[in-house]
Write a protein that binds this ligand. Structure first.
Ligand code: HH2
Length: 269
């Protein structure tokens, strides 16, 4: 592990993440959660207003904007905790409002395929962009996903999306790539992507990985979402060791500790 991977803390502003209360309470809870994750050592806070879990319906840009904007304003503004904020969206109007409110990164699970205006907007703002692989849409992606070779196919997709992004005027140095763990993949596909993650380094761009609490960990361990911390840590430590530079996680404090210990063992000073 050359250097410690950065940690992206997940701040979901979705009704299923914060169970009760109206939108204002959701935003307040999300802001408090973001501050806590920053205090625990998150390098980036990833604010999202639409669930992308398998089978989820799209919520619509207006609702997504109403959910995320107050949270981005608070976390990326002057009184925020002082770490960069990314907006987890595929919608240009949501990204535009977040960037205007101080977000520095657009994290797009559709890799600029969801909204034809998003690439140009990112180019104009000169922000960082995460391009993630997904087969199908959140609604359909887990219906019998198939690949010739999952790593080669994901890699080819990312090569194509990097070139689309560059053609739209996005500076190549601003681009991050993500294999999209759990997005149109079986357990075997996810494991193979993690096992061969190092092959994505050929793309020449920093790698983001999101395994935190995902279904494949539940399948392997028999645990529900709130019992998947051990599996999340194992998969993230291995991903960092294979060259992932950004780990998207819910449990920032535990992940930070795991990386510290891993790095101390691997790189004695
Ligand atoms: N995973 C999720 C959402 N956004 N972005 C990137 N770059 N990589 C990922 O793996 C990724 C992502 C899904 O996780 P979560 O936010 O926990 O769930 P939900 O979408 O249901 O809110």
């Amino acid at each position: 592990m050359a250097s410690t991977a950065r940690i992206m803390g997940v701040v979901n502003v979705t009704p299923d993440s914060f169970s009760d209360g109206g939108l204002f309470l959701d935003a307040e809870a999300a802001i408090a959660h973001g501050r806590e994750l920053a205090a625990e050592g998150a390098d980036i806070l990833d604010v999202g207003g639409e669930s992308t879990r398998p089978g989820a319906d799209a919520v619509g840009a207006e609702e997504e904007l109403a959910r995320t904007l107050p949270v981005v304003e608070a976390l990326a503004g002057e009184a925020g905790p002082g770490v960069p904020v990314s907006i987890d969206t595929s919608n240009a109007p949501v990204a535009a409002a977040a960037l205007d409110a101080g977000a520095a990164i657009v994290n797009d699970v559709t890799a600029l395929r969801g909204d034809p205006d998003l690439a140009g907007l990112c180019a104009e703002h000169g922000c960082d962009v995460v391009l993630m692989h997904m087969l199908g849409t959140p609604r359909t992606m887990q219906e019998d996903p198939r690949y010739d070779d999952v790593v080669d196919d994901v890699k080819a997709f990312l090569v194509e999306r990097i070139s689309v992004a560059i053609d739209a005027g996005i500076d190549e140095r601003r681009i991050w790539v993500d294999p999209g763990i759990g997005f149109g993949k079986t357990v075997a596909h996810n494991l193979e992507l993690l096992r061969r993650l190092g092959e994505l380094r050929d793309l020449g761009r920093p790698i983001v990985v999101g395994t935190s609490r995902k279904t494949f960990i539940g399948r392997l361990t028999g645990r529900e979402v709130d019992g998947r911390l051990g599996g999340s840590i194992a998969s993230n430590v291995l991903a960092a060791r294979s060259g992932a530079q950004m780990l998207r996680v819910h449990d920032v404090r535990e992940m930070r500790d795991a990386l510290k210990v891993t790095e101390a063992v691997l790189s004695p000073s």
